[in-house]
Design a protein around this ligand. Sequence first.
Ligand code: URA
Length: 261
Amino acid sequence: MQEKYNNFNHLKWARESGQDEVLSGVSQNRFLDTQSILKKADSSSLMENAGLSENKSLFNVKPAEEAANAAKTLSELREAFISFEGCSLKNTAMNLVYGDGNAEADVMLIGEAPGADEDREGKPFVGISGQLLDKMIHSIGLPRSEVYVTNILPWRPPGNRQPTPGEIGACLPFVKRHIELVRPRILVLVGGISAKTLLSRTEGIMRLRGRWFNYQVDFNGDSIPAIPVLHPAFLLRSTGQKANAWKDMVAIRKKMKDLEV
Ligand code: URA
């Protein structure tokens, strides 16, 4: 039987669909935001290989690429992100969650997207999974102050839902530029979304984790060794995976030694 429309049922539906925080008393037309980015254009091969090609005809990635590539420093890239209107997650998030740690670091970690704590503080990996991530890297002698941390998406998806391929594709030029500007010696891809997006792979994280890949850097054809690792949020739910998580950390430590990092 169809449920009757009333205020209570509407609120129930909103909650169940992940709308768990009130950010503004003024309503916004989200359809307008979407329309502004739904333009016919091409997309990068990374998007296609990561299974994002269904958006190929929908997204014009050129403005994002131009804005990201024009940034010559990390602070310019942050400003470019702040001005970027191509991802409607910006409208529901409280803060831009850009990067944290040492911008000169040899090791750069890239997660998925901010959660509620990160959104509130404007910093990546500060909540419970961030605390576990800090412990994981600390176990191989890497404090947060010696790594650089960011995410594929700088805005929290409402209710921590999975980011859509369109949202990932829209922000991808910024992530790629972020990597170019930090120029780490080692990339740690935290979780499946980060690994699949940046390595253009379709396998799940259980198949990708603990293996070394080459992340192709655009600026001069160089590549950076990149390792997918289990996401700390997954580890908090699946404690049986601790041994694998430890193996991944040991692999990073060994690579650091080999590269004299
Ligand atoms: N999970 C992520 O992938 N990134 C964060 O910043 C926080 C939680």
